[in-house]
Design a protein. Structure first.
Length: 250
């Protein structure tokens, strides 16, 4: 079967079988050749294959992807957030208000077992706490560093000195460096505070499951600052989508 994670900037897709998830392809849907590239990837499979789609993108984009799946002979089913699924019970009273990407990441975390703080560094930063019994304790949503830099520059023109820092120092010696350092540590601080709160809530430290396109910029810093087991899994939404597909089919 095919698994597709349609996010705000990219589509990730992979085939999955009994041996697990295959190689993941990431396509930026803002690129001019997106539709053709998607059809090329989907053309590698057989007609009639099942395809599971999770989308947080605008409806028009989702419809384009579904049309490509149909044109390539795939039987498409869309994942939706459920109050309970595969041993997870979400905290939201209205399941539709929890993004399906966060929901599927919780299913991936549940499959790993134990207490998990699930962190995604994407278009936004999301943090969700799942305990070892599968109970979701809720989450946090924060601004991504790139959007934080843009918002500061737009709100305070004096901060827009042109360019961005090539690296993120501990303390910036010029305005672009200071902005880069500030927004990165703001993001780190969100996760570190959430981890402290999770330890207090559970009475024990949870593991961290970290994903999202910007995760590589934060994984080492979090591992160095937190005494926690940390797993970086870029395709954790696809992992959760695989769990979802099996649970729904059963």
């Amino acid at each position: 079967m095919w698994l597709l994670d349609l996010g705000n900037t990219r589509l990730k897709l992979a085939r999955a079988d009994a041996s697990g998830l295959g190689p993941v392809t990431a396509l930026a849907h803002g690129d001019a050749g997106f539709d053709a590239a998607l059809r090329d990837v989907l053309g590698q499979g057989a007609l009639g294959e099942a395809a599971w789609l999770a989308s947080v993108a605008p409806e028009a984009l989702r419809v384009r992807v579904e049309a490509a799946l149909e044109a390539c002979g795939k039987r498409t089913q869309r994942a939706v957030t459920r109050a309970e699924c595969a041993g997870v019970r979400i905290a939201y009273a209205d399941p539709a208000r929890l993004g399906v990407d966060r929901f599927l990441a919780l299913l991936a975390a549940r499959a790993r077992g134990g207490d998990q703080l699930v962190v995604s560094f994407g278009s936004a930063i999301t943090v969700d706490l799942l305990d070892a019994r599968g109970t979701h304790h809720g989450g946090l949503i924060g601004i991504a560093p790139a959007h934080a830099r843009q918002a500061l520059a737009e709100r305070f023109p004096a901060l827009d000195r042109g360019g961005t820092a090539a690296a993120t120092p501990a303390f910036g010696a010029d305005t672009p460096e200071a902005l880069a350092a500030g927004v990165q540590r703001q993001a780190l601080g969100l996760v570190m505070a959430a981890w402290d709160d999770a330890c207090a809530r559970l009475g024990r430290p949870p593991a961290l499951l970290v994903g999202g396109g910007d995760a590589p910029a934060f994984v080492d810093a979090l591992a160095n600052r937190l005494s926690a087991e940390l797993v970086h899994r870029e395709a954790m939404v696809l992992d959760g989508l695989s769990v979802y597909a099996e649970a729904v089919r059963d």
